[in-house]
Design a protein around this ligand. Structure first.
Ligand SMILES: [Zn+2]
Length: 77
């Protein structure tokens, strides 16, 4: 067994596993999140991300309206 590489040893020790996307801890492959607190963290992050996305969307629309006004206003006068 001394011939086994360290990778094989780790595989044997931990078995098939995946990592929590929130904290990066090893966990069972059938789980998506390792714990309830990480689940809460993820939900909080997603909510913030959505808020940010909406703000960016509004910003983009304002920019576009501004550009259109800049393009068309000189022609109106
Ligand atoms: Zn976690």
């Amino acid at each position: 067994m001394s011939q086994a590489s360290w990778k094989d040893q780790i595989k044997k020790k931990w078995g098939p596993h995946s990592h929590c996307p929130v904290c990066g801890k090893a966990m069972a492959t059938d789980k998506k999140i390792c714990s309830q607190s990480c689940k809460d963290n993820l939900a909080e992050g997603e909510r913030k991300q959505k808020k940010k996305g909406r703000f960016q969307c509004i910003f983009l629309i304002v920019m576009m309206v501004g550009m259109i006004l800049l393009l068309f206003l000189p022609g109106l006068f």
